[in-house]
Design a protein around this ligand. Structure first.
Ligand code: SF4
Length: 334
């Protein structure tokens, strides 16, 4: 009977989040996709800007790729925004510009997995379905003191079925209450059990050690790769190179990996490591003064207005910008 206590707590303690103000499927979808890899507080400014510029499915379906990547800059995992556009196209073609109403149909759309489909269907359309994300898995593994690896399919399925069987009315509030409890109280390290509205129902709190749950086997170590980039500069303009359509940072703008034939001056940049979910790039970079080669050289102003530089390349971009600005200052002075 923890549901009643949970719902009561949620009614009193839910954060006033802009995308929860109205039961609008589009807003819920965008916010859920953005929140997949980013804390809610950090993603809010991105969310507000995105909704202002792309207010509905129709505008998303026809938005330019560069506009979308610019709006997504800083959130990373750009395939999410590309999938959102694909999904919007399907909605225009098959669902009259709306998101379908059931979890089952939503799950068939590009980029919408079981959790997001459950969140949209239950919060926007009151369908009585679960929305199980990492937060909810953590809460349930503690609530039921589950001493098995939650990364295993068997355990995950067991938790999903426990959540499914626990669904309470109103389901939109119940699912959000579980997410909120996982985000604010039943947090990964040092859960705040003394402030928890369901502590009297929690088996790990009563009998075990909540902070040791959920049990998760170690992920495979990330692969490490050495990467060298050449940031070509000509007359205070930087060369941007569109990356291939497949692979890491597909279709985004970065720098050249091939050393140019003629370099007038070369400056080595500070090295760093960029970490992706499954791979690490040990980054080495050189600013190379070159002759103009093609049209794809841009001023700092153009780059900042028109392009989105992926975070993997930002440290090189910032160092190059500083070099260009310092050299320009020196020229102006003499
Ligand atoms: S009592 Fe502690 S471990 Fe149990 S649900 Fe609440 S915060 Fe999580």
């Amino acid at each position: 009977m923890f549901q009643k206590d949970l719902l009561k707590w949620y009614a009193q303690s839910a954060r006033p989040l802009v995308f929860r103000e109205k039961k609008d499927a589009y807003s819920i979808w965008i916010s859920e996709i953005m929140a997949q890899q980013t804390r809610i507080e950090a993603m809010l400014p991105y969310y507000e800007r995105f909704i202002r510029e792309i207010p509905d499915i129709q505008s998303l379906a026809y938005a330019g790729e560069d506009q979308l990547t610019k709006l997504w800059q800083g959130l990373g995992y750009y395939s999410r925004v590309r999938n959102m556009k694909k999904c919007a196209r399907v909605c225009m073609e098959k669902y009259e510009g709306k998101l379908p109403h059931t979890k089952k149909e939503l799950e068939k759309l590009p980029g919408i997995g079981s959790y997001t489909a459950g969140a949209i269907a239950s919060i926007a359309y009151d369908e009585k379905v679960s929305a199980v994300d990492g937060n909810v898995i953590r809460v349930f593994s503690r609530l039921y003191n589950i001493q098995e690896d939650v990364r295993s399919t068997k355990v995950r399925k067991r938790i999903e079925s426990l959540v499914e069987n626990s669904l309470a009315d109103p389901v939109s509030q119940y699912n959000q209450a579980l997410m909120e409890l996982g985000a604010l109280i039943c947090i990964p390290k040092n859960p705040r059990c003394s402030n928890c509205p369901i502590q009297h129902h929690c088996t790990a709190f009563l009998e075990g050690e909540p902070a040791l749950l959920p049990i998760q086997t170690k992920k495979k170590e990330r692969k490490k790769e050495n990467k060298t980039f050449y940031i070509l500069v000509c007359k205070d303009r930087i060369h941007l190179k569109k990356r291939p359509d497949t692979g890491l940072l597909a279709g985004l703008y970065g720098f050249d990996e091939k050393k140019p034939d003629r370099i007038y001056k070369q400056i080595e940049l500070k090295k760093y490591t960029h970490v992706f979910s499954h791979i690490e790039w040990k980054m080495q970079g050189f600013v190379c003064q070159v002759e103009p080669m093609d049209q794809d050289f841009y001023t700092i102003d153009q780059i900042e207005k028109q392009f989105s530089i992926p975070s993997a390349f930002l440290p090189f971009y910032k160092q190059t910008k500083k070099i260009i600005e310092e050299e320009k200052d020196a020229r102006d002075r003499y």
